[in-house]
Structure formats: structure tokens, C-alpha cells
Design a protein around this ligand. Structure first.
Ligand code: UGA
Length: 440
């Protein structure tokens, strides 16, 4: 049993805190946001993440997990402190490190014994060295410490599963012994553990996210071509995925990537390259293709309903992906904004994202469910592939719509079946097999 302090109770911090507590460690999670900590002490999660409340509750009950806003309380006697604070995009796409800096300073000021500082926040390559420098200069008296980079690879919506079953643990440090101690913490997870230097570990995180984003933009580019040539991108990606060198993952064409990670991390990596005088042409193309998806679907909607003025468009799904309440860089919000700007009335339904979206975009009308959404709408647009949208009563939906137009930004339905039902069905990169290459 180790004593671990975790700074930051966002997705990464809270899931790691609860996960390490569940593995038998004593964990104190800290956040400077008093509301969040007050809520957590009462069992209220600051985020929607399947299984998280049970995991937190169980570990709080067994006194392995607690919450505080006090640095001295969290750091006193700790063997490890995990930094898991936000690194939002700055004005030029660079990662803004103000939260990392203040966490490092606060830790340095209160540490009372040798400490291993593990950075989990996604930070530009070289930040680990900078954190070490901040700690060194902020300590009231010199106390030994080491900085280890341990990038997080969990996904929102399956964060607990990902924490407990990681594909790998990547650790980077100039202090091998410290990295090895962090490795011991991860042993129960039974995943391959790689120890490398600080900067390489930091780069593994950016390169992994950028690669996954590249796959998504790649398949979206293929989708555009499929659409022109009458091929079906969904089947193309299935066919490609059987090749073990390619694999089936992250090849779903649609609205492109959103969320709090890929957009910010690809931008930050490109920024790092620019700063060093390199021209990250591929990363630039990945970002351009991704931006274009949102414009393209609005054009598809226009193709279906004509001029937006006076039209009611129903948006199914608001969050950037299913099983999360996260609306950061969600394609749906961007699309809604464009529709509103061009004179449409936008109505939406999302199983968990509506309260947050109502605050961000009060102009969107919220519907009680998918059927209420369809009633009298000129078209429905699927923006998030929540499971509950996959088996809707489509006959009923068709009867409720003013025009039976369904634009599927996530390719969850089959074009031929939708045509049989009498829908005008426009999907992303799916040419019909009827020989008419303009159907897509
Ligand atoms: C992503 C990575 O998958 C995690 O490994 C990483 O730890 C995390 O970022 C992070 O850096 O914190 P996440 O943003 O939660 O996780 O979501 P993903 O499941 O990766 O999806 C990202 C976006 O890509 C979503 O908007 C999703 O709709 C889109 N996507 C994903 C596609 O458009 N097509 C696909 O085939 C897959």
C-alpha cells in the first residue's frame, strides 16, 4: 500500500485516484475547485462517466480514497504525487501550462519528504524538465524528488475499463529508480510497461493521439472519394481492417474527431513543430480535413431541406461522443451554430448532454426524446451515435417528421434499408449499390 496524492479531479485525475485506491493504495485527491470537492465528498461526480460513482463510493467507504482542497493535507507523507490538471489550448494552439505550473509550485512548497512527482497531464515535450526546475526553485529547503512522465491513454466513456486494462504503461524519467517505483504501482494492471526518458514518454502521448486523429481524417478523406464514386466507406473500412497491419479501429468515417484531446493535442504538436522551424504538413491536413466535416454535413442538410430559413432541424446527439456528457469541441454544437446562423430553428435531444448544452447555447430548443424531436421537424441529423438511437422506431419517426429526411453524421443506419422505408437518407461517404454515384 502506497500513499498517493492526485492533483486535479477531472477525467484523468479522478479515474486514476479511484483506480489506484481500488488497487489497494491510500489516495488523497485534491482540487482547488471547492465546489467539485464538496460534491465529491457527498458522492456527486463532477463528470458523467459510466461506473465512476460506484468505484468512488466503494473506495471512499473503505477509507482508501478521500478528497481535499488542502495541499498540505494531500502531500503530507505521500510517496507519489500525480499531477493531472488541465492543459487547455492557448491562443496559438500551444498547450497552456498555468495549472501545471501552479500545481508544481504548490507541491514544492508543502512537500515534507522525498517525493516522486508523476505527471499525467498532456504536456509539451520538455515540460517534465521544466516541472523539475519549478519544484527545485519553489522548495523552501532542498528535499530530494524525481519527476516521472506517465501519460494517460484512457478514453472518456470507457475510462474505468481503460484504466484497469491499459494497452501499455509508458514511463519516462531521468531517474530510472523513480520510474521503476512508478512501474511497481502499475504491476497489478498486467500490461506491458515501457521505461524511457522524460521527453520520449511525453512524445509518445502526442504521437499516439495524432496518429489516431490521422486515421480518422484518413478515412474521412476516403469517405469523400467513396461518395463521388458510389462506394460505401463503411464496408471499405471493414475490408481494410481485416489486414492486421491496418486493424479495424479508429476507421469510422463521420463528423470527425472532437472532444478535449485530439483537437487540442494535434494543434499543440503542430505548434511544437512550427516553433522548431518544421512544417507539419500531415498534421495540418489532418486538422483541415477534420474541420471540413462540419461544413460538409451542413451542406448535406441543405441538400436535403433546401434554404434553412423557417426550417426546423432536429439534432440527435450533442456530446462529442456517446457515454459522456462532455461537450468540448462537440461537432453537434458547431453544426447547430451554423444552422442557427443560416436561419434554421434547431431542436435537439441527447440522453445526458442537454443541461450542459442549454447553458452553452440557449438558442437550441431541447426535446424530451427522439420522437418529440422528430415531431414537425424538416429533417433529423444524427451527430452522436448513442446506442439508443440505433434501434429507433423509424416508421414512427417518419410519420412524425414533416419531411422524411435523415442525415446520418455517424453512419448508424443502412442506406438501402432507409431507402426502403421511404427516407431521404444522406450518410457520410456511403455510395449506394444502385449504380447511381451521386447517392451518398
Ligand atoms: C482520446 C484517446 O482515444 C485516448 O487514448 C486518450 O487518452 C484521450 O484522447 C486523451 O488524450 O485524453 P477520447 O477523446 O476520450 O480519447 O475519445 P475517442 O474515443 O478517442 O474519440 C475521439 C473523437 O474521435 C470522438 O469525437 C469520436 O467521435 C471520433 N472518432 C473516433 C471518429 O470520428 N472515428 C473513429 O473511428 C473513432
Amino acid at each position: 500500500m502506497k500513499h498517493i496524492a492526485v492533483v486535479g479531479v477531472g477525467y484523468v485525475g479522478l479515474v486514476s485516484a479511484a483506480g489506484f485506491a481500488d488497487l489497494g493504495n491510500r489516495v488523497i485527491a485534491l482540487d482547488i475547485n471547492e465546489e467539485r470537492i464538496k460534491g465529491l465528498k457527498k458522492g456527486i461526480m463532477p463528470i458523467y462517466e459510466p461506473g465512476l460513482d460506484e468505484l468512488v463510493e466503494r473506495n471512499v467507504a473503505s477509507e482508501r480514497l478521500s478528497f481535499t482542497t488542502s495541499y498540505p493535507e494531500a502531500i503530507k507523507g505521500a510517496d507519489f504525487v500525480f499531477i493531472a490538471v488541465g492543459t487547455p489550448s492557448g491562443v496559438d494552439g500551444e498547450a497552456d501550462l498555468k495549472y501545471v505550473k501552479s500545481a508544481a509550485e504548490s507541491v514544492a512548497q508543502v512537500m515534507d519528504g522525498p517525493l516522486i512527482v508523476v505527471n499525467k497531464s498532456t504536456v509539451p515535450v520538455g515540460t517534465g524538465d521544466w516541472i523539475a526546475e519549478i519544484i527545485r526553485t519553489s522548495q523552501p529547503k532542498p528535499i530530494p524528488f524525481a519527476v516521472v512522465s506517465c501519460p494517460e491513454f484512457l478514453r472518456e466513456g470507457s475510462a474505468i475499463l481503460d484504466f484497469m486494462n491499459p494497452a501499455r504503461t509508458v514511463l519516462g524519467s531521468q531517474d530510472y529508480e523513480a520510474a521503476d517505483k512508478v512501474a511497481q504501482l502499475h504491476l497489478p494492471l498486467r500490461a506491458p510497461i515501457m521505461i524511457t526518458n522524460l521527453r520520449t514518454a511525453e512524445m509518445v502521448k502526442y504521437a499516439s493521439n495524432a496518429f489516431l486523429a490521422t486515421r480518422i481524417s484518413f478515412i474521412n478523406e476516403i469517405a469523400n472519394i467513396c461518395e463521388e464514386l458510389g462506394a460505401d466507406v463503411k464496408e471499405v473500412s471493414t475490408g481494410m481492417g481485416y489486414d492486421a497491419r491496418i486493424g479495424p479501429y479508429f476507421l469510422d468515417a463521420g463528423l470527425g474527431y472532437g472532444g478535449s484531446c485530439f483537437p487540442k493535442d494535434v494543434k499543440a504538436l503542430a505548434h511544437m513543430a512550427h516553433e522548431k522551424g518544421r512544417h507539419p504538413q500531415l498534421l495540418q491536413a489532418v486538422m483541415d480535413i477534420n474541420d471540413d466535416r462540419r461544413r460538409l454535413i451542413v451542406e448535406k442538410i441543405r441538400e436535403g431541406v433546401g434554404d434553412f430559413e423557417g426550417k426546423v432541424i432536429g439534432v440527435l446527439g450533442l456530446t462529442f461522443k456517446p457515454n459522456t456528457d462532455d461537450l468540448r469541441d462537440a461537432p453537434a454544437l458547431d453544426i447547430a451554430e451554423r444552422l442557427l446562423k443560416d436561419g434554421a430553428t434547431v431542436r435537439a435531444y441527447d440522453p445526458v448532454g442537454m443541461p450542459g448544452a442549454a447553458k452553452l447555447m440557449p438558442a437550441i430548443e431541447m426535446a424530451e426524446d427522439a420522437y418529440a424531436l422528430a415531431e414537425g421537424a424538416d429533417a433529423l441529423v444524427i451527430c452522436t451515435e448513442w446506442n439508443e438511437f440505433k434501434q429507433l422506431d423509424l416508421q414512427r419517426i417518419k410519420g412524425l417528421l414533416r419531411n422524411p429526411i435523415l442525415i446520418d453524421g455517424r453512419n448508424i443506419y443502412e442506406p438501402l434499408y432507409m431507402a426502403e422505408l421511404g427516407f431521404t437518407y444522406l450518410a457520410m461517404g456511403r455510395g449506394y449499390n444502385d449504380g447511381n454515384p451521386t447517392n451518398g
